[in-house]
Design a protein around this ligand. Structure first.
Ligand code: AMP
Ligand code: MG
Length: 415
């Protein structure tokens, strides 16, 4: 069976970055930058004071306290047209240009004004509290690199270098189809043998969060004609995601219908738990097609590991795969079988900031409620049956790693 890493590299090889578009820099958060952004000016553009205080020659302040003649005032937004000479000081505000002649600024807290003189109580080093012109960025420096996911600091950088329009990857479009005769809408009470459709909606939510525009096409019945009708609609998008219908059952018809519609299947199983029956293929028009296993936890995990990376690569990400982190196991983690396991876990930091990981009790890949409490996927390599308490475990941080409240785990996991 195909290893997880091989499957991922097949997906990424077949996901070519889409076209680009130009957008306003203040609307760029979450988008993928597709050009290098270059500084049009030096930063800072003038020697900038880091504090409110007095600009002086540091040599004049070698012996303290020292008395200076105040020769001018420099509010932010003005440019001094005078020099600071020997025994002179200029009153200066944070962010304002340090006048010629001065090479340091002493903080206002270390001063006492006395008419047109000021007394300074502490010495300064040459250069203290002054950011020299061009010391942060030279003109022409690359300040944002193509392939970067844009975030609020990137907004600030774009603003700073006057780059008000940014070339970004187009958002990939994704169609979502749930499959299964047993599915009813969440607003209905399930009848005998029925269950509520959660994957259709959770997949659409994952797509949106991962940065694609999403078309939810509804539920296909477990018949070739019903599947065919919806799959045809979905093949117009950059990605088509189906849930269910990819196992070995008599009514698992997804692969058959995909092939009938010209989708070339590149793999049909991965050595992954949960998520073994993951199907991936390419349509004639280049749509990336994922047949995700129907168990709600499997659907979410395979999306995380494969579809998220595909979306990022379509946008043009240079690093489409999330980094795996490491924590010490707070309780034993077991995994029967030879597939790499990604098990729901809770990772928290102890008093010293060290990370501790706890497996979450789960009934398996149907147990979406247990999964919803996780903020990480704890990884058991294919050649291990268990990882003992105290050993390091690698984990995949879910989005909720940064913000999931400790509602369920509080009290459970004392260290
Ligand atoms: P399947 O691969 O189609 O046999 O589905 C595997 C399991 O996932 C079955 O228990 C299905 O009832 C369940 N399942 C499939 N699709 C969904 C869905 N959209 N929402 C919730 N559960 C689903
Ligand atoms: Mg099914």
């Amino acid at each position: 069976m195909l290893a997880v890493d091989e499957a991922l590299s097949i997906v990424l090889q077949n996901a070519q970055p889409l076209e680009t578009e130009e957008i306003n820099f203040h609307a760029c958060v979450g988008r993928l930058l597709r050009e290098d952004v270059v500084a049009d000016i030096e930063m800072p553009p003038f020697p900038r004071s880091a504090v409110d205080g007095f600009a002086v020659r540091a040599v004049d302040l070698a012996h303290v306290p020292a008395r200076f003649k105040v020769v001018g005032e420099i509010p932010a937004g003005t440019f001094p047209d005078f020099r600071v000479g020997r025994g002179e000081a200029a009153q200066i505000m944070t962010g304002a240009p340090v006048p010629d002649g001065a090479d340091a600024v002493q903080m206002v807290e270390q001063s006492r004004l006395d008419g047109d003189h000021v007394e300074l109580f502490e010495a300064v080093q040459s250069g203290q509290n002054v950011a020299p012109r061009g010391s942060e960025v030279a003109r022409g420096d690359i300040v944002l690199r193509s392939g970067t996911r844009l975030d609020p600091p990137a907004v600030a950088v774009s603003a700073t270098v006057g780059k008000t329009r940014l070339v970004v990857g187009k958002r990939p479009s994704a169609s979502v189809i749930a499959t299964g005769d047993e599915l009813v809408h969440p607003s209905k009470l399930p009848g005998p043998g029925q269950i509520r459709n959660s994957n259709g909606f959770s997949l659409a939510a994952q797509c949106t969060q991962a940065g694609s525009s999403t078309h939810y096409l509804g539920v296909a019945k477990d018949t070739e004609s019903s599947l065919e009708e919806l799959i045809r609609q979905g093949l117009g998008d950059d990605l088509l995601l189906l849930s269910g219908g990819v196992s070995m059952g008599r009514f698992d018809l997804v692969e058959k219908v995909l092939e009938k519609l010209g989708v070339r299947l590149l793999f049909e199983a991965v050595a992954l738990k949960p998520g073994k029956p993951l199907v991936f293929g390419l349509s004639n028009d280049g749509t990336l097609v994922f047949g995700l296993p129907g168990n709600p936890v499997s659907t979410m995990v395979t999306f995380e590991l494969f579809v998220r990376a595909a979306i990022a690569r379509l946008e043009g990400a240079s690093h489409p795969v999330r980094p795996l982190l490491k924590a010490a196991l707070g309780a034993k983690l077991a995994n029967r079988g030879s597939r790499r396991a990604f098990l729901p876990g809770w990772v928290r930091s102890d008093e010293n900031g060290a990370l501790l990981a706890y497996p979450i009790a789960t009934r398996g890949s149907g147990d979406i409620v247990a999964f919803s409490k996780a903020n990480a996927l704890l990884i058991v390599p294919e050649d291990r049956d268990a990882i003992p308490t105290g050993d390091d475990v690698r984990f995949y941080p879910l989005d909720s790693f940064l913000h999931k409240e400790d509602q369920w785990q509080a009290g459970n996991h004392k260290s």
